[in-house]
Write a protein that binds this ligand. Structure first.
Ligand code: NAD
Length: 269
């Protein structure tokens, strides 16, 4: 495989499972040294397994425990990464979770928890990455950009989601965070984009595809008629991090098999 990101360094948050792990493996295969972030002691073994797979394939990296909703932990992770590798080229702001509830029963704790990880976590990590990118500037022969940030959003930055108001609000917030900082830092040659996954088979949505009956209902929302896999997101992330997408900033690329095409209107409307 062509190593189109050879020698670059990336922090990938929430990389011990699902889409984050998929992005870690895809970027590593493209030549990137990976910081496999995970939040707590309990996720350490899974993060190590991701790193082991990367190193077995000839890649490099380290695991790093950090809760992205905590400012001091985030600052430490970015400082230690630069101490270790001397440089940072890519941030994949991927960590995210759901705490679903009918809205009238949603506690402030559930609201704050989801916003704290999904939105504030992306703010804290993006801010540290931007500070590093501004200091580094463009490093000749590395990349045409001074740095790249990819925010893991969702189709729910545009599709409302009853029973998941905290999650959908966090993803709508990520979209405007991403666009606002893309506008602010384009003159500094820092590119910031988002990926909006549709339904991708990971632990976050296991119940939606674990049985053939559940998968059949899910497929009614997907015109392309298959549930996505983490490799679909990994290859989009590699491209968005590469110079092939150098003129793209402030955009969400939906990787969703057509979920955002309002499939209900294909036979009714
Ligand atoms: P996942 O549960 O496998 O991954 C989420 C990861 O975030 C986990 O590894 C978890 O340990 C980590 N995490 C949670 N809290 C954290 C914290 N405070 N600090 C650091 N890491 C933390 O699910 P996934 O589907 O791989 O989700 C990854 C991202 O993709 C999320 O932002 C999610 O909203 C988004 N997404 C997923 C889908 C899908 O269909 N799977 C669709 C749209 C968007």
């Amino acid at each position: 495989m062509e190593q189109k990101l050879q020698g670059q360094v990336a922090i990938i948050t929430g990389a011990s499972s699902g889409i984050g792990a998929g992005c870690a493996k895809a970027l590593a295969a493209a030549g990137v040294t990976i910081v496999v972030n995970h939040p707590v002691e309990a996720t350490k073994a899974a993060a190590q397994a991701v790193l082991d797979e990367i190193t077995a394939g000839g890649g490099k990296g380290m695991i790093y425990q950090c809760d992205v909703s905590k400012e001091d932990e985030v600052q430490r992770m970015f400082a230690d990464t630069v101490k270790q590798y001397g440089v940072l080229d890519i941030l994949i702001n991927n960590a995210g979770l759901q705490r679903d509830s009918p809205f009238q029963e949603m506690t402030l704790e559930k609201w704050n928890f989801v916003i704290g990880v999904n939105l504030t976590g992306q703010f804290l990590c993006a801010r540290e990455a931007i500070r590093i990118f501004l200091k580094q500037g463009i490093i000749q022969g590395r990349s045409r950009a001074a740095g790249k940030i990819i925010c893991m959003s969702s189709v729910h930055e545009m599709i409302p989601w009853a029973g998941h108001a905290n999650y959908a609000a966090s993803k709508g917030g990520i979209m405007m965070l991403m666009k606002s900082i893309a506008q602010e830092f384009a003159p500094s040659k820092i590119r910031i984009n988002a990926i909006g996954p549709g339904a991708i088979k990971t632990p976050i949505n296991h119940s939606a595809w674990e049985t053939p009956a559940a998968e059949k209902i899910l497929l009614e929302l997907i015109p392309y008629n298959r549930v996505g896999v983490v490799e679909d997101i990994g290859s989009a992330a590699v491209w968005l991090a590469s110079d092939e997408s150098d003129y793209i900033t402030g955009q969400t690329i939906f990787v969703d098999g057509g979920m955002t095409l309002f499939p209900g209107f294909s036979t009714n409307g």
